[in-house]
Design a protein around this ligand. Structure first.
Ligand code: FES
Length: 315
């Protein structure tokens, strides 16, 4: 369940752009303009089996009649991308949410350094379009295996010109993220791509004391913490003093719902931010990839996050 507007949209365009990436454009069957968005936003795509997947919008926000997404087919994934590749054809229909943005450009940045890995290019293309239009100071580092496997590379070249740096591992060119951060101290850094890239960037940023406000990242995969063992804990409802027991095998979100608290959700793996909830005290084990360090002092994602002992929820 999501608190966001969900629209039944029509597939206006569908095209294969690499061996495993297809792009889709969605339009409203009657309305000429879809809800507005800014670069970095993503939409929820609702699949017929009830699953929900998040995809960044890579088009131009000024093109109000279309939402454009690119989908990499992950045959070893949870099945959503495979379904979209096999079933989404021009003229078909799909439920899509209004956009949400956890990955916006910092309007106060002096310089923007965009780092994309593979399909992670999508939100950053929209950002590059805006930065180029504003004649802002930016550079775009795009990491991929080869040019043929790099989705939307031609569009990016047209947008960025000589501000694009292509790092193609098949040609032996790999981005040194630590060296990049050393060279770009003072800039704002935006990273989207596989977890190996975002974790390397996060580690390098943390090692250099890079201010959190100037480090921006977007994840579409759950936190990789396979060794995590959930423990039971108590959730105290601040408004009533009621105490809920959260067993090791249930999420806080599930327990809240079982006890009559209506909470929206979408991904239920800690990547979308829909289920966000406030808390007042206690030791939270944050397991989402959305909240900043500052936000984690008072907010949590009950679909994945847990606690030690007891926490008091702002409910
Ligand atoms: S439902 Fe997506 S973060 Fe909780």
């Amino acid at each position: 369940m999501s608190g966001r507007l969900i629209m039944k949209l029509t597939v206006a365009e569908a095209a294969a752009v690499t061996a495993d990436v297809s792009t889709f454009a969605f339009a409203h069957p009657r309305r000429p303009a879809l809800p507005a968005w800014v670069p970095g936003a993503h939409v929820d795509v609702h699949l017929p089996d009830g699953a929900v997947r998040q995809y960044s919008l890579y088009g131009d926000p000024a093109e109000r009649g279309l939402y454009r997404i690119a989908v990499k087919r992950e045959d070893a994934g949870r099945g959503g991308s495979r379904w979209l590749h096999e079933n989404l054809k021009v003229g078909g229909e799909i439920f899509v949410s209004a956009p949400r943005n956890h990955f916006a450009l910092n309007a106060d940045a002096k310089r923007h350094v965009l780092v994309a890995g593979g399909i992670g290019v999508t939100p950053l293309i929209a950002m590059a379009r805006q930065l180029a239009a504003e004649q802002a100071d930016f550079v775009f580092h795009y990491c991929a295996r080869s040019r043929e496997s790099a989705p939307l590379v031609a569009a990016l070249e047209a947008l960025c010109g000589d501000r694009l740096r292509l790092w193609l591992s098949a040609e032996g060119r790999r981005l040194d993220i630590a060296a990049l951060l050393d060279a770009e101290a003072g800039a704002d850094l935006y990273v989207c791509g596989p977890s190996a890239l975002t974790e390397a960037a996060e580690g390098a940023a943390a090692a250099r004391g890079w201010p959190e406000a100037r480090y921006h990242t977007e994840h579409f995969a759950a936190r990789a913490d396979a060794g995590f063992t959930p423990e039971p804990f108590e959730a105290v409802i601040a408004s009533s003093g009621r105490v809920l027991q959260v067993p090791a095998d249930r999420s806080l979100l599930a327990v809240l719902r079982e006890n009559g608290f209506v909470r929206g959700s979408s991904c239920e793996i800690g990547v979308c931010g829909t289920c966000e909830c406030g808390y007042r005290d206690g030791t939270v084990i944050h397991r989402d990839v959305v909240l900043s360090h500052a936000a984690r002092k008072t907010r949590l994602m009950p679909c994945v996050s847990r606690a030690r002992g007891a926490i008091t929820l702002d409910l």
